[in-house]
Design a protein around this ligand. Structure first.
Ligand code: PEP
Ligand code: MN
Length: 371
């Protein structure tokens, strides 16, 4: 169903004035009229960014931190827009925010990660947007739940809006990491696979949490063929009232943008296409062999399940599992496969094998107590 959504590309949002890749920049928060205007002017002078972002209402984790300047910030943004010609984008979390943005000439809205995680809130915003023709970006929810992200996209789409894009800003990290939010690129790739026509941009600032990683994360996003970037930019990040560590100056932004490699996802070059085709055939054939081998492995697992059941032996034998990890890790290393990849793969295989043996034992009945 979602692959049938009729979604307009950036070029069709404002009669061709936006392009892919779309670059959005601006402060995490609007803090003062001067800060918004000066940041916008510098962005305009030093880069070819086309959209100015600014948070007006800030969803802070703990009360008491700076929660945004509120409605008056929308006037500053409007002034910045008149002065620079940049389009403007603001985060909305309540229907009243939508209304105020529409009254103050804001060009685009975005739904933040915490809001996307709550279908009640998304639906309220969607109700306020019924029949309104304004582009809406939907950030991923803080938790890595693709269905929740898609659900939010559908709720906005159902208002009759076809100017929709997603923003990938990473997911809450349960593991220890240098990044503020884990990218989990596989989820973005899956989103693209399910809704190929949906533009998806990356917010490297909230993934990184630190200005030093923004170039690297942005390049990764572009290499995955994402459709643009949203980069938090402040005239003086050191004194920013929110997200100070991850913001860059317009000059640094200009440097990042000029050193990123914007590769094309397609080419007309016949030689290249031929070569790529050959590589892909090899990959297709290898994938098919891998799947056949996996099927054979699962057949044997089934036999083992039966055998263990007949002999009244438990499914999990820790010693054997430890041996598997040890021996396969050594082989993997010799074959120059990353340790993490081999371990993930083994865990996936092991989980599936245990499930298969458990279902066999269940079917055979007598051995149920073994589980
Ligand atoms: C933001 O863009 O400043 C913001 C609060 O983002 P997120 O919803 O991704 O945390
Ligand atoms: Mn921020």
């Amino acid at each position: 169903m979602v692959d049938k959504l009729h979604i307009k590309q950036f070029e069709d949002w404002f009669d061709g004035s936006l392009k892919n890749p779309l670059i959005i920049a601006g402060p995490c928060s609007a803090e003062s009229e001067e800060q918004v205007l000066e940041t916008a002017m510098q962005i305009k002078e030093q880069t070819n960014v086309s959209v100015l972002r600014a948070g007006i209402w800030k969803p802070r984790t703990r009360p008491g931190s700076f929660e945004g300047v509120g409605e008056e910030g929308l006037d500053w943004l409007n002034k910045a827009k008149q002065a620079t010609g940049l389009k403007t984008a603001v985060e909305v979390a309540y229907p009243q925010h939508v209304e105020m943005c529409l009254n103050h000439n804001v060009d685009m809205l975005w739904i933040g990660a915490r809001t996307t995680a709550n279908p009640f809130s998304v639906q309220e915003i969607a109700n306020a947007l019924e029949g309104v023709d304004i582009p809406v970006f939907i950030k991923n929810p803080v938790n890595p739940d693709l269905a929740l992200w898609i659900g939010a996209i559908e709720r906005i789409y159902k208002t009759g809006n076809s100017k929709i894009a997603a923003i990938h800003r990473g997911f809450y990290p349960f593991e220890k990491t240098n990044l503020r939010n884990i990218p989990k690129w596989e989820l973005v790739i899956e989103l693209k696979r399910l809704i190929p026509q949906l533009p998806v941009i990356c917010d490297p600032s909230h993934i990184s949490g630190n200005a030093d990683y923004i170039h690297e994360i942005s390049q990764k996003a572009l290499d995955l063929n994402l459709d643009g970037l949203m980069i938090e930019t402040h005239r003086d990040p050191a004194v920013a009232l929110s997200d100070a560590k991850q913001q860059v100056t317009p000059a640094v932004l200009a440097n990042i943008l000029s050193t990123l490699n914007f590769r094309s996802s397609d080419t007309e070059n016949a030689d290249f296409i031929n070569h790529l085709e050959q590589f892909r055939e090899q990959i297709d054939s290898i994938d098919s062999q891998i799947l056949q081998l996996l099927a054979q492995r699962m057949d044997i697992v089934g036999e083992i399940g039966k055998y263990k059941c007949e002999n009244n032996v438990t499914i999990l034998q820790l010693k054997r599992w430890e041996d598997i990890i040890k021996t396969r890790s050594i082989t993997g290393k010799q074959l120059h496969l990353s340790e993490e990849f081999v371990l993930n793969l083994l865990q996936l295989l092991h989980k599936e094998s245990i499930q298969k043996q458990a279902s066999i034992m269940n079917k055979l009945g007598d051995c149920k107590d073994q589980l």
